[in-house]
Design a protein around this ligand. Sequence first.
Ligand code: ADP
Ligand code: ZN
Ligand code: ZN
Length: 726
Amino acid sequence: MKLVEVLIEYPSMQIDRPFSYAYDGDDIQIGVRVLVPFNKQEVVGYVLAIKDIISLENESVLQGREIKSITKVLDEEPILNEELMKLASELKEYYFAPLISIYQTMLPPSLKPKSSSLSKPKIAYETYVKVKDENILLTKKQEEVFLKIKESKESLKNLYSANIIKTLLDKGAIVEVKKEKRRLKTENIEKKEENTLSDEQQDVLTKILENPRDIYLLEGVTGSGKTEVYLQLTKKMIEMGKKVLILVPEISLSYQMIHQFEERFSSIAILHSSLTPGEKYDEYRLIARGEIDIVIGARSAIFAPLDNIGMIIIDEEHSETYKQESPPYYHALTVAKMRMKYHSCGILLGSATPSLESRSRAYKGVYHLLTLNNRITGHLPTCQIVSLSDYKEIDKESILFSKTARKAIQETLDKHEQVMILLNRRGFAPSFSCRKCGHIFRCKECHLPLTLHKDVHRLKCHHCGYEEDEPDICPSCSSTYFRINGYGSERAEEEVKKLFPSAKILRLDSDVSSKKGQTKSILKQFKNQEADILLGTQMIAKGHDFKNVTLAIVLLADIGLNLPSFRAAERTFSLLTQTIGRAGRSKNGLAILQTYNPTHYALKYASKQDYEGFYNYEMKIRKMNMYPPFCYCTILTLSSANEELLDEMTLKIKAFLNASFEDKAVEVIGPSEYYIRILNRHYRKKFLLKYKSFEDIKDVLLKLQDIFKSQRGVQCFINVDPYEDY
Ligand code: ADP
Ligand code: ZN
Ligand code: ZN
């Protein structure tokens, strides 16, 4: 008889500890999932430990309760290996999250320990044949097939005539082998030779290889050839018998880079959110069995069960997508550093505009700083800032374009070169109101103004996803006339079509890209010069290499600057720099930033592609206001459907925090309101903690969790190192 420690699937702090169950059998291991009775239900759990016991009665007496039995063992093999189970425990400590929620985050959706996903995908098999005995007498035809099989060592059974195969099997000349099938169809991509590295690139590669177990920050202007460094570093790692894990901000936006990897290497798994559960399951198991050298994926790929990792490459390391802004609130780089210790591997962070945290760590010598200062081909584009308040720039025929911008577009189209236009706001118009009484249509859930989406005649909330039909009459005065306020990408597209009727225009934003395969298809069409203008949100700014783009226009550079976030300037600078960087990859390029804030430092430095200038300026501001990288932050969010209860609890917690941190170097700011005050019908309040040492907050936050374990009606979320603070 065995006593098995099982972690139950509820992602709740209340039961974040293992429970004991009995099992009589040998087919159980640490790391497999089991079905157990819990609270009159059958739930899925994870086996954390197993020990042999002599009698169940004894054990029940010892524990003072009846020990129930495991109903069923669900997996033949563990689905999390030892490293990942250790990693989960480490993450639990750092992010104050229930262990089970970390397991759920680590696993592909179809393997998550959830009762609802019990029917995990079945393994698919393929049948191969191989030579068993060469001395069997065969007819000429049989001999022919036999030799083909012998040549290819092992060959798919269904490639040959079923009759001959049957005879060969019967005679004992060949045998059948069953093998797991990889359901993902991989295109056969023509392999390409590598480029000869420029001196700068070579220098960078040499430095990393001198000490491949450290953390490097590769700061390289747009178009300086960071990808080629990743490729050749990967090759060296594989030659050394090591594996490489590569993170990109978003798979569909990185298809060009992924393609370059596929042109050089064969043993790659790409963890894509659009894989079917069966495909994901196969890829996951292939990686787990050690049959894959290179894994490429977005944030959650940091949990890929890759062994023997030599290097973790994080491209566009400043990207906000690496931080999950929902429980367990992890950052991929934090996880990467934990895996680095286990594997003694290196980490390479790449960006044209590194996050201030990474750049200052490199400055202090915690990371090694490597730089690529020059574009491989072409030059950095010239950039012009156009003030939208300047009356000379007002174009009577256009609300969106200044005279300068419109003229530049026309000239570029005349030269048969391509244009990119950024408007970082989706939908048709960001607000919709009644023309007669001024009633503003707001989200029923969070009260923010609804965005009009004209193509589908819907009003949508961009914060919580709420939608309703575009109205016919005003609910407060019954008027049927409405006002459309401001611009989104959908409306910009309409205007661009009107102004440049003969140009072919493509639009890319998350409304368009929600259809499977659309993003890649649009980016491909534009790369193949099947369109003249690509218009869209930040999705068009990231990493693409379009040779014929000579003009980049930002319609309203100020979007984002006014967000109440300490990162507002950094994000704007980064987005603008990336967008400007799309122009002039092979010819001279021009970029135009339209703005109401022409003297803002984020715009000024972006227009010169001057990262160092921006960094120095922004660091002064961060220091003055005491924000990262000068301190660490954690946000505590209290949330409840009952506003009174929330207010009451908030006061209690405020007193608790103030008392707990009295003699520590921790600043407590709050309670304060969220920018989005109500989310999914829950009222929210927040506290911001600023501190220099994690040790100063750790015990207090553990106590805080204890308080909420017995608290009904109010939840507390802990977000360590938040990306945003509003
Ligand atoms: P980044 O990622 O730094 O913005 P890319 O990796 O997109 O830059 O490189 C810009 C362009 O230069 C790409 O078209 C790439 O193929 C090319 N390139 C990079 N390195 C070399 C090299 N050593 N020799 C020739 N072409 C190169
Ligand atoms: Zn009205
Ligand atoms: Zn909403």
